[in-house]
Structures are given as C-alpha cells and as structure tokens.
Design a protein around this ligand. Structure first.
Ligand SMILES: Cc1cc2nc3c(=O)[nH]c(=O)nc-3n(C[C@H](O)[C@H](O)[C@H](O)COP(=O)(O)O)c2cc1C
Length: 191
C-alpha cells in the first residue's frame, strides 16, 4: 500500500513510455492522428501490436469499425506537435481532426495507407490490419493489429531496424512531463 489513491495511479510505475501516433480514417473519410502510449508488441511471428484507447475518444469509435490503423514514432523535436495532436488531453483548442492535424505543423503522408496518415519525418511507421478488438470492461478498449507494412527511417535506423545513432522518441513520464532516451547506449554481452 502506498499513499492515498496510489492504486488508481499504479500505471505511473510503468513510465516513461514512448508516445506513438495512431493514424485512423473514420467512416466519413476524415483522417485523425493521436498520441497513444498504451501500445506494445504482442507477437513477433507474425508481428502483432496491441493498443488501448480510452472509450470516450473518437479514435476509439473509429477503431470499432475501421479495417486497420497506422503507427508512427515521433522524435522529441516533434513534442509540440504530439502535444497538439493529443488535443482532448492537452486541452489544445482544435475544432476537429482536420484543423488539429494542420495545426500540428507535421507533414503527413495520406497516400501510403488507406488506414490513416503517417509521419515520415519520425523514426518510422507501420500499418496494421485489425485482427481483434477486446472490451475487458475497463475505461479503455484494446485493439490488436497485424503489421502489414513497416518503414524504418534511414536517418535513424538501419534496414533491419537497429538504430544508427541514438534515436530520441518522445517519452511521457506522466501528464505533461516528457523525457527522451539517454544519449548513449550501454551494451552488455550475451551469455
Ligand atoms: C503523450 C500522450 C499519450 C497518450 N496516450 C494515450 C493512450 O495510450 N490511450 C488513449 O486512449 N489516449 C491517450 N492519450 C490521449 C489522446 O491522444 C487524446 O485525448 C486525443 O485528443 C484523443 O483524440 P480523439 O478524440 O480525436 O480520438 C495520450 C495523449 C498524450 C499527449
């Protein structure tokens, strides 16, 4: 037991976490892009990723029927854009997704995937076909996607996805506190 209400904040122990950008297209063909840190790989053969989205967000609604979604990985220099894209969390006053996407200042590629926009100037992106939706009764719903395409930005990653230098993804500690990965790697030998 910790301090009062610690249990309600248990997820803060799992920090910092990378902020990914989830791209979607809703039934009216409107593109959206939102930061999501609740995302992880859940299978490597085949490649599956799972994400959890708050049931009140419009992205949650879109994901209920969309055939898939995109995942882009922004760099720390893009933090201001990431924060704006998380408008309903950061309280950025945007009228709708289109205005918000424009206000982010990010150059988006709308052509590469029918699932949603991607950001080419970050560490890379992937597209995922939705294979399962799970409602475990919590305030977030889970979507699992199978990766169909991936692009490693050669400015940051080699062709096999290993880093060329030290990439600096956006990492959220909690709320409006962000950090980035350490500048140098520590390497340990395999046994
Ligand atoms: C760094 C960061 C991480 C976030 N992570 C999540 C997350 O994992 N799941 C989620 O549902 N919302 C998350 N959000 C909040 C949504 O991105 C935000 O509320 C967004 O505006 C929802 O937009 P929509 O209603 O257009 O889908 C995060 C926001 C930020 C800034």
């Amino acid at each position: 037991m910790g301090s009062d209400n610690a249990l309600e904040r248990a997820h803060r122990l799992l920090a910092p976490r990378i902020a990914y950008l989830i791209g979607t297209i809703d039934a009216d063909k409107t593109a959206n892009l939102i930061p999501v840190s609740n995302l992880t790989s859940v299978s490597t053969r085949p490649q599956h990723v799972a994400l959890a989205v708050f049931k009140q967000w419009s992205t949650y609604e879109t994901l209920q029927t969309a055939a898939g979604f995109t995942v882009s990985v922004p760099v720390i220099d893009q933090l201001e854009a990431v924060w704006k894209l998380g408008a309903r969390y950061s309280r950025f006053p945007a009228a709708g997704p289109s205005e918000k996407l424009a206000a982010s200042g990010l150059t988006l590629d709308h052509q590469v995937s029918g699932y949603g926009p991607v950001v080419r100037s970050g560490i890379g992106w992937m597209t995922c076909r939705t294979i399962t939706r799970l409602d475990l009764g919590g305030d977030h719903g889970i979507v699992v996607g199978e990766v169909e395409q991936v692009w490693f930005n050669p400015d940051y990653l080699d062709r096999d996805g290993t880093p060329r230098g030290a990439p600096h993804p956006v990492m959220q500690q909690t709320g409006n506190q962000f950090t980035s990965t350490a500048d140098e790697f520590t390497t340990v030998p395999y046994y």
